[in-house]
Design a protein around this ligand. Structure first.
Ligand SMILES: Nc1ncnc2c1ncn2[C@@H]1O[C@H](COP(=O)(O)OP(=O)(O)OP(=O)(O)O)[C@@H](O)[C@H]1O
Ligand SMILES: [Mg+2]
Length: 500
């Protein structure tokens, strides 16, 4: 076998309180797609950051085309031909698509004045290679997450990258966007580039990977070749035990009185559509639909984050004042939002501070926070969801992506809400933790809460919901009961191809 493009040889990396990498080795070749898998906090992103020159390893060697190199920084890794697309995308929103693609390598007249025409043309070429039909002049802030992902890949191509590292590229994509991405990955591979692909979605990995490298607790836990790649083996290597993802709640759920009532609610995104439904105590109701169908807008209005254009939201029969989150929380309604970085979590604050925030009113006496109570709550939530951190005092921003997501959830679960609205609750969360989160949500419902769950992951919707409401272009296109629940039934309503 010829030398791989990039090779990690017994890499070690320690952060305060955690051994993120311990003797990790891996090879990444030209013309192959290698998936790196592992639980949240297993060290996947850290390995990539070390290989791409973001962090220096404590020990071990990095080889590029068989020769040992010292990655002195991101610029050097880029110069070698490594493009790293981060878990949290890294584009400048207020610059144009072309400027982002050519950032740092802008063509200039006589080395001085920006050559705008050449900038546009080169960017256009890169955009064509990823099949993204947007004008180079468009500002990145106006693009969808899927489109931004493609811009990142175009940027890698414009830099003549030979190895493209994608850290959870699909976690925020619609299924259509993800398909497009896989098409591009296939083309990169055909052109002889190496691709490293991190994902928690087993099906995706089965579809695109030539080889799988699995990490567990910062160590190599195994690897699989093409013919060996299958969901069960991957889960075994990641988690160290079998999971039963298909386990469902008992067929008949005991439901109580109506807890959440949404009556004629109209959002700013779809002011012409009035939405009405109810969720009973003990019920988990899925809210499905394509991205842009108006699910998140609806959730935000229900929770008082945004003001409704019309209609009412009632909790246990009492109408909530419109557009007031505080009042909704006080009434026992909590929303765990979809965008954790912007709405869910304070990155500079500690895990404990984040967890305590929504319930702070209850844990105060005479203006002082009762720190004992806060600490107990933190420990309980950490154990409940299996949050992996050096300690609860750690800044939330230093957690791995999936663990940040668990903090967002824990924060709202800690309130013991009567009504819980979840928007994409398991984005970026590993298979084992997903099962934990499902259990916690089911227990909450069994305890009498009403749960409304938005998810683009159909498997998750089918697994967890007692019934599913489907939105299409801002209105409720229909409802699928437990007995009739299937991917086809939900998709038919979501795409508007269902004719009653
Ligand atoms: N800059 C940092 N400072 C301190 N600890 C860190 C830092 N970066 C990562 N860690 C810790 O190192 C461990 C590995 O994190 P890493 O981000 O590599 O996990 P991951 O496998 O990518 O997980 P996920 O699937 O959740 O993205 C975690 O315990 C994390 O909290
Ligand atoms: Mg990660």
């Amino acid at each position: 076998m010829s030398a791989p493009l990039l090779e990690a040889v017994a890499l070690w990396k320690r952060f305060p309180g955690v051994q993120a990498l311990a003797e990790v080795s891996a090879r990444f070749g030209a013309g192959e797609v290698v998936a790196v898998m592992g639980e949240n906090g297993a060290g996947k992103s850290t390995l990539m950051k070390v290989l791409a020159g973001v962090h220096a390893p404590d020990a071990g060697e990095i080889r590029w085309e068989g020769r040992a190199v010292r990655m002195a920084g991101v610029a050097q890794a880029e110069a070698l031909g490594i493009a790293f697309i981060h878990q949290e995308l890294n584009l400048c929103e207020n610059l144009s698509v072309a400027e982002n693609i050519m950032l740092g390598r802008e063509p200039r007249w006589g080395g001085c004045w920006l050559d705008r025409r050449a900038l546009r043309e080169r960017a256009r070429g890169a955009l064509e290679r990823v099949g993204l039909a947007v004008a180079p002049e468009v500002l990145v802030e106006s693009l969808s997450i899927g489109q931004r992902q493609m811009v990142e890949i175009a940027r890698a191509l414009a830099r003549e990258a030979r190895l493209v590292i994608m850290d959870e590229p699909t976690s925020s994509l619609t299924s259509g966007e993800a398909e497009r991405l896989f098409g591009v990955v296939g083309e990169l591979k055909a052109q002889g580039l190496g691709v490293v692909f991190i994902s928690h979605r087993l099906r995706e990995v089965e579809a695109v990977a030539d080889r799988v490298v699995v990490l567990k607790d910062g160590r190599n836990s195994g690897s699989l070749r093409r013919g060996e790649i299958g969901a069960e083996r991957m889960v075994q290597l990641m988690v160290g035990r079998d999971l039963d993802p298909a386990r469902r709640r008992p067929w008949e759920v005991a439901t109580g009185a109506v807890r959440l009532e949404v009556a004629g609610l109209r959002t700013r995104a779809w002011p012409g559509q009035a939405v009405s439904f109810a969720v009973r105590a003990g019920e988990i109701v899925g809210l499905a639909g394509l991205v842009g169908a108006g699910r998140s807008e609806l959730a935000r209005v229900v929770a008082g984050v945004d003001r409704a254009v019309g209609g009412a939201v009632r909790v246990d029969g009492v109408a909530l004042p419109p557009g007031r989150v505080g009042a909704a929380v006080a009434a026992g309604l909590a929303l765990a939002p979809e965008d954790r970085k912007e709405q869910g979590i304070f990155l500079e604050m500690s895990i404990l501070e984040n967890l305590a925030l929504p319930g702070l009113g209850r844990m105060q006496r005479g203006g002082f926070v009762r720190s004992g109570q806060v600490a107990a709550l933190g420990a309980r939530m950490r154990d409940l969801l299996g949050i992996r951190a050096a300690g609860l005092e750690q800044a939330a921003g230093l957690l791995s992506g999936g663990n940040q997501q668990k903090v967002v959830l824990a924060k709202w679960l800690a309130l013991g809400p009567k009504v819980l609205v979840l928007d994409e609750p398991t984005r970026g969360v590993d298979v084992g933790a997903k099962a934990e989160i499902y259990r916690v949500v089911e227990e909450l419902a069994a305890g009498g809460a009403a749960v409304l769950m938005i998810s683009s992951d159909l498997e998750e919707v089918l697994r967890l919901s007692d019934r599913v409401l489907v939105m299409h272009e801002g209105r409720l296109a229909g409802e699928v009961g437990r007995a009739a629940l299937s991917e086809e039934a939900v998709m038919a309503l979501a795409t508007g191809t269902f004719c009653p």
